[in-house]
Ligand binder design. Structure first.
Ligand SMILES: C[S@@+](CC[C@H](N)C(=O)[O-])C[C@H]1O[C@@H](n2cnc3c(N)ncnc32)[C@H](O)[C@@H]1O
Length: 275
C-alpha cells in the first residue's frame, strides 16, 4: 500500500469540491430556495431511514454536506467529518444557505472517534463513494462502533462491491469483471481527469488510490465489533453514472444498467445496531 494515499486522494477531492458545489447535480440552489428540500440520496432512503429527529448524528466523509444538511433538516443534530478542507468550506456555506446548524470537522475518518469522542452518537450515516477511499474495512468498523453509544445505529448506503469490480463494459457489450472484489493491501490506482457530476471545470490532480471491500468482509468486520446487522437491501440503481454510456437515468438522480439490470446489484443499504 502506498504511504501517501491520503495526500494523493485529498488533493483530488480538494480540487473537485468547488466544482461539485457549483454543479446543478448537487443542487445547492435548491437547498437555498426550498427549506424542505432534501438531497436525492437521503430522499431515496427515507423509507428505510425512519425518524432521525433529535438524534445526535455524525456523517462520515460528508463531502460538501448535502446529505448532512438534509439529515439536519429532518431534525437530527448533525456533525459532518471529512479530511478535505475545500469540501468543508462548501459544506459550511451550504449549511448557511440552508439555514441549519451543522458542526463540520476536518479529520481523517480513521481518527473520527478520537476527534469527536467515543460513544458520542446515536447515528452514524455514511456511504455513496465513501468506503472505496479506505484501505482497511476492519479499522473503519472499529471507528463506527467507537462513535456509537450502545443501541446506536449505523446507516450505510454504498456502491456494491460487485459493481465496483467492473472496470467497464467490453466492446461486445458484456459486463467485464476487471478489478478486485475482495479487499487487497495494494490499492487500485485510478487516473481520471473528470468527475461524476456535470461541470465545465478542468482538473489536474487526477491520480487516486482506491480499495474495494467484499460484502462478507464488511459484514464480518461489523459483527466483530458486536454490531447487530438489522437490514441489508441490495438495489438495482446507483446515484452516479457508474458505467458511463451503458446506464439510463431514473427519478431521484439514480442510474441503472439499460440492458438487463437484474444481472447486477448496483448499491446496497445496510443498517446495524451497536450491541
Ligand atoms: C464521494 S465523496 C462522499 C460522497 C458523499 N456521499 C456525497 O455525495 O456528498 C467522498 C468523500 O470522502 C472524503 N474522504 C476520502 N478519504 C477520506 C479519509 N481518509 N478521511 C476522511 N474523509 C475522506 C473525500 O474528501 C470526499 O469528500
Amino acid at each position: 500500500m502506498s504511504h501517501d494515499y491520503r495526500a494523493l486522494n485529498r488533493a483530488s477531492w480538494d480540487e473537485r469540491a468547488p466544482a461539485h458545489a457549483a454543479s446543478p447535480d448537487y443542487g445547492f440552489s435548491r437547498f437555498a430556495a426550498d427549506p424542505r428540500y432534501l438531497s436525492e440520496v437521503v430522499t431515496f432512503d427515507l423509507p428505510r431511514l425512519g425518524s432521525v429527529s433529535g438524534l445526535r448524528g455524525v456523517h462520515l466523509q460528508c463531502h460538501i454536506g448535502t446529505d448532512t444538511v438534509s439529515l439536519a433538516r429532518l431534525g437530527a443534530r448533525m456533525c459532518g467529518v471529512d479530511f478535505s478542507p475545500a469540501a468543508l468550506v462548501e459544506a459550511r456555506r451550504l449549511a448557511q444557505l440552508a439555514g441549519v446548524d451543522v458542526d463540520f470537522r476536518e479529520a481523517d475518518v480513521y481518527l473520527a472517534s478520537e476527534v469527536l469522542g467515543r460513544g458520542a452518537f446515536d447515528l452514524v450515516f455514511t456511504g455513496i463513494g465513501a468506503l472505496c477511499w479506505l484501505p482497511d474495512i476492519r479499522r473503519w468498523a472499529e471507528v463506527v462502533a467507537a462513535l456509537l453509544r450502545p443501541g446506536g445505529r449505523l446507516f450505510l448506503r454504498e456502491g456494491h462491491p460487485m459493481l465496483l469490480s467492473l472496470a467497464e463494459i467490453g466492446p461486445d457489450g458484456r459486463l467485464v469483471v476487471e478489478d478486485a472484489y475482495f479487499e487487497r493491501s495494494d490499492p487500485t490506482v485510478i487516473e481520471q481527469c473528470g468527475t461524476y457530476v456535470e461541470t465545465g471545470a478542468a482538473f489536474s490532480r487526477n491520480l487516486t488510490h482506491q480499495w474495494n471491500h467484499g460484502l462478507g468482509e464488511l459484514i464480518t468486520a461489523l459483527l466483530d465489533q458486536r454490531m447487530l446487522i438489522t437490514a441489508l437491501v441490495e438495489h438495482d440503481s446507483v446515484p452516479w453514472e457508474a458505467l458511463p454510456g451503458h446506464m439510463e437515468r431514473l427519478a431521484l438522480g439514480e442510474w441503472r444498467l439499460r440492458d438487463r439490470p437484474f444481472r447486477l446489484p448496483h448499491t446496497y443499504t445496510l443498517q446495524a445496531i451497536k450491541g
